[in-house]
Design a protein around this ligand. Structure first.
Ligand code: TRH
Length: 356
């Protein structure tokens, strides 16, 4: 099939990161994928070398989509549909006009909230144009669209990090609002000649002081990100894609959720934690939750340094749990497969295609 992906980059790396992962997974299955986007610099960082001829990146800022003659598209995917308030360049509208009958799937943000099961694969018709959009909800349960995990390297799955009594490697990819300084200070004070915590700081963070037990981690291509995470014992991740990859890595993790103005992220955080932590013992469950609350700045009464120190004795339990969780999601619904299955059911012509 010839598939179009529409990616409007709002901020950070997540919109581009998810779209690129989806595009690469579809291209790896032999589909021709055109990824239309509006932010070359972000894609350049995530995808510095072209490694699949089936995948073409098209910068809508530099291409006149109105006049450029395009081949027809069998399917269009739009991760995180955005409005005019978020992006002025609405190249999605140009594609809607050009391909009014192509199945159009809007892939929403990942959530564990119950309501998404009812809205998954619901449709909406634009009264002006008659264009039909179907809403696809990624998620953790069988009634959702699942997660992208077909691209997780098999050599990394189920691999237990060799535990050591002499130290801990901690990966931190966080928004600037996180209490990173408190984490570093707590670890500095615990370190001794017998025990060393080392922190790797990824993303655009301020460089640590020379005497800190932290150092900067250079940005890696997305194709190397899973290998990077697998080198650490505990992962601090954020947003959506790194949050999913931390779960696939089978490591204890602390999630900094992307904050929204209407505070909708609070419910999302609680719903996910309820699901994730249900198999943990009471003390461990509370210790991890305190860390998540303090890291996200939700409960300002909790000092993050204290919460982190209280979490450390629970790491063996969290590690076992993380490996069980990894196996559960790897055996759960796979988003790329779900998208293709949905598409194959749309028209008889598509169903007849042998490459689906
Ligand atoms: O960067 P994020 O915070 O992205 C977002 C955006 O803010 C977005 O608007 C919102 O939609 C979304 O979160 C929920 O975090 P995320 O989602 O984890 O994306 C980071 C991507 O960057 C992910 O694909 C992994 C990748 N990455 C690398 O490839 N190499 C690296 O070295 C690092 C640190 C990240």
């Amino acid at each position: 099939m010839h598939i179009g992906i529409v990616c409007k980059v709002i901020d950070n790396f997540g919109d581009a990161g998810f779209s690129l992962r989806l595009a690469k997974a579809l291209a790896a299955r032999g589909h021709h994928v055109d990824l239309f986007h509006d932010e070359s610099a972000t894609f350049q960082a995530l995808y510095p070398y072209r490694d699949n001829d089936n995948l073409t990146l098209i910068d809508a800022n530099k291409t006149d989509l109105e006049i450029e003659k395009r081949h027809s598209l069998d399917l269009i995917l739009e991760p995180f549909g955005t409005s005019s308030e978020q992006t002025l360049l609405r190249f999605d509208l140009i594609l809607k006009r050009q391909f009014p009958h192509t199945p159009w799937l809007l892939i929403d943000y990942l959530s564990s909230e119950k309501w998404i099961e009812h809205f998954h694969l619901s449709t909406s018709v634009d009264p002006g144009t008659g264009h039909v959009t179907t809403f696809f909800y990624p998620g953790f349960t069988d009634k959702t669209g699942g997660l992208i995990h077909c691209d997780y390297p098999t050599r990394l799955a189920g691999k237990r990090q060799s535990t050591s009594n002499t130290g801990l490697n901690v990966f931190v990819f966080a928004y600037p609002t996180a209490p990173i300084r408190k984490l570093i200070d707590a670890c500095n004070s615990m370190n001794s000649t017998e025990y060393a915590i080392k922190i790797g700081l990824a993303g655009n963070v301020l460089p640590p002081e020379p005497e800190d037990c932290a150092s900067l981690v250079p940005f890696v291509a997305q194709s190397e990100f899973d290998e990077l995470l697998a080198q650490y014992d505990v992962l601090f991740v954020r947003g959506e894609d790194s949050f999913v990859r931390a779960q696939l890595a089978g490591r204890p993790f602390v999630w900094q959720i992307y904050p929204t103005k209407d505070d909708a992220h609070l419910d999302k955080l609680v719903c996910f934690y309820d699901l994730y932590a249900s198999g943990l013992g009471t003390d461990c469950r509370l210790a991890l939750w305190n860390c998540w609350l303090a890291w996200n700045g939700i409960d300002l009464e909790i000092d993050f340094g204290d919460a982190w120190t209280a979490l450390l004795p629970h790491l063996p339990e969290l590690h076992d749990h993380a490996l069980r969780w990894q196996s559960w999601i790897l055996n759960g619904k796979e988003l790329v497969k779900e998208v293709l299955t949905w598409c194959s059911l749309q028209t008889p012509t598509l169903r007849e295609k042998p490459d689906l």
